[in-house]
Write a protein that binds this ligand. Structure first.
Ligand SMILES: N[C@@]1(C(=O)O)CN(C[C@@H]2CCCCN2)C[C@@H]1CCC[B-](O)(O)O
Ligand SMILES: [Mn+2]
Ligand SMILES: [Mn+2]
Length: 305
């Protein structure tokens, strides 16, 4: 089958400028070239263009709710179309609020999807629990059926109907979870692997348990939402919320190689690359290069040639 690449230059799910330049940084690191060496056609759909809404006052302490909601509605349609056309779809962010549109659009085509969230953070705050108000830390809360009695009617998000069950979600790489998020993860019984769990079990066992949890009853499409800040900051420094003690290069690549080997990857997000936050050109290039390696290995690039 074929691969579609879709850029989403968007930053209003958080407050640090520059993440809207993530798609360009990843392309400049040679993404399309690298994918063209793999054995299927690659269609670059270019970048979406998002409207900036003039009046968009905060709701509660959530900034730009209407802008973020509108952007995700546009992205949802684009991802839905790409998946519907039969492409394995790569969405380049942009901040992680974009997962709302990406996963929702994917679920419109594949309602039986499961979600693997690779991230230092759980991104499962509600507007009531969020310490920052930033929507990139709340994406998963908009998806889960079990949280809808805990969510307010945010302006710009009336189009989002919850579509995911907590049992269809697994986290890998957590190491900076807010108290409110921890309570939600425990209440809902979400399966998650922190960096401590990875130290204890090893990444091979973590992936075995992940696939057993998600796929043992039946095989179904995988949505991989990969936040570059899951990687150790030494490998991916140019990102908005870096946290020490992240995935090694080999752990990150093991995750994506194993997901490729299921043959079930349907949509992948690669988000939170912020080229404006690199301390040097090398820092930006290593972050973007890490993103390309992660995407390429999720699409079949192997280490054994
Ligand atoms: N949970 C958070 C939120 O703002 O909701 C708080 N956190 C930052 C905070 C800094 C001080 C120590 C505790 N953590 C960022 C995270 C969102 C990350 C979004 B992602 O897309 O980068 O994962
Ligand atoms: Mn993160
Ligand atoms: Mn994230």
């Amino acid at each position: 089958h074929s691969v579609a690449v879709l850029g989403a230059p968007f930053s209003k799910g958080q407050k640090r400028g520059g993440v809207e330049n993530g798609p360009k940084a990843i392309r400049d690191a040679g993404l399309i070239e690298r994918l063209s060496h793999l054995d299927y056609p690659v269609h670059d759909f270019g970048d979406l263009s998002f409207q900036h809404l003039e009046k968009d006052e905060p709701y509660m302490h959530v900034p730009f709710p209407r802008t973020v909601g509108r952007a995700n509605k546009l992205l949802s349609g684009a991802v839905s179309n790409a998946v519907g056309a039969g492409h394995t779809t790569i969405m380049l962010g942009g901040d992680h609020s974009l997962a709302i549109g990406s996963v929702e659009g994917h679920a419109k085509q594949r309602p039986d999807l499961c979600l693997i969230w690779v991230d230092a953070h759980a991104d499962i705050n509600t507007p009531f629990t969020s310490p920052s108000g930033n929507l990139h830390g709340q994406s998963v809360a908009f998806m889960l059926k079990e949280l809808q009695n805990k969510m307010p009617e945010l302006p710009g998000f009336s189009w989002v109907k919850p579509f995911l069950s907590a049992k269809d979600l697994v986290y890998i790489g957590l190491r900076d979870v807010d108290p409110g998020e921890y309570d939600i993860l425990k209440d809902l019984g979400v399966q998650y692997f922190t960096m401590r769990d990875i130290d204890r079990l090893g990444i091979q066992r973590v992936m075995e348990v992940t696939f057993d949890h998600l796929l043992s009853r039946k095989q179904r499409p995988i949505h991989l939402s990969f936040d570059i800040d899951a990687m150790d900051p030494s490998l991916a420094p140019a990102t908005g919320t870096p946290v020490n003690g992240g995935l090694t290069y080999r752990e990150g690549i093991w995750i994506t190689e194993e997901i490729h080997n299921t043959g079930l990857l349907s949509v992948m997000d690669l988000v939170e690359v912020n080229p404006d936050l690199g301390a040097s050109r090398e820092a930006v290039e290593s972050t973007a290069s890490m993103a390309v390696d992660v995407i390429a290995s999720a699409l079949g690039q192997t280490r054994e040639g």
